[in-house]
Design a binder for this molecule. Structure first.
Ligand code: DC
Length: 232
């Protein structure tokens, strides 16, 4: 069996890493795309539904032990299910945005999610995006990228994404900006696996670049990996 190749794409919220990672996976035959943030979001939704508070360590552990999590691959994307139900739009509500950093900062949550993510190589080669993929989950990844963009550009991107859901005025943009900065502060300041540039990663500032340009930069480097066959 050919060993799984991992492409790790890390970076802060709204740095463009989700879209880039998804497109990179589409362009690489046989690679599967993994959104690791969705797993932290899923734990958060399930915990909130179960009335589990992030402060309550032993309850959090018991809750994680009992979480009926499954994965499937559909169209080369890893899809998560809890209790047979597929995770969907409920992962991206404002309440989850506000709470996910708190759950993602907990050691038992991170231990469990890291284990689940490592297990996904059973599906083959992966393009995985997140905050600690190149540093903690797959430090030996074949290719590591750290995507960034200026805080203003990230707020503008996230605001555009939310248009229709948040009033498209200055107040909306300011709110998005504050919410992103708060999340970045928690993600970068936490004791366990804080967001940082992984050793050996290529740093790409996407502020003045289109998604397609970033995808090409990533693919150029991925295609240097020995033994990787790609016709995309
Ligand atoms: O990428 P995202 O916004 O969906 O991530 C949701 C949260 O999960 C975010 O607060 C950071 C956290 N996260 C993490 O700590 N480690 C990862 N590998 C991925 C996400």
């Amino acid at each position: 069996m050919i060993p799984a190749v991992v492409v790790a794409i890390d970076g802060p919220s709204a740095s463009g890493k989700s879209t880039v990672a998804r497109r990179v996976a589409e362009r690489l035959p046989d690679f599967v795309y993994v959104d690791s943030g969705a797993l932290y979001r899923l734990v958060t939704v399930a915990a909130m539904q179960a009335g589990v508070a992030p402060e309550d360590g032993p309850v959090v552990r018991r809750f994680l032990d009992a979480l009926p999590l499954e994965y499937i691959v559909r169209d080369r994307v890893v899809v998560y299910r809890v209790g047979g139900r597929e995770a969907g739009p409920e992962l991206r509500t404002q309440a989850v945005n506000e709470n996910v950093s708190l759950f993602a900062a907990l050691a038992p949550v991170r231990e469990r999610v890291v284990g689940w993510l490592r297990g996904l190589t059973r599906f083959g080669s992966l393009v995985m995006e997140g905050r600690d993929i190149g540093e903690v989950v797959f430090p030996g990844a074949a290719c590591k990228f750290y995507l960034n963009a200026s805080p203003e550009e990230r707020a503008r991107r996230r605001h555009r994404e939310l248009e229709g859901r948040v009033a498209p005025d200055d107040g909306g943009l300011r709110q998005v900006d504050e919410s992103l900065r708060r999340r970045d502060r928690i993600d970068s300041g936490r004791a366990v696996a804080p967001l940082r540039i992984p050793a050996g990663s290529a740093v790409i500032d996407s502020t003045g670049l289109t998604i397609d340009q970033v995808v090409e930069v990533v693919l150029l480097q991925v295609r240097q990996v020995p033994g990787l066959v790609s016709n995309g």
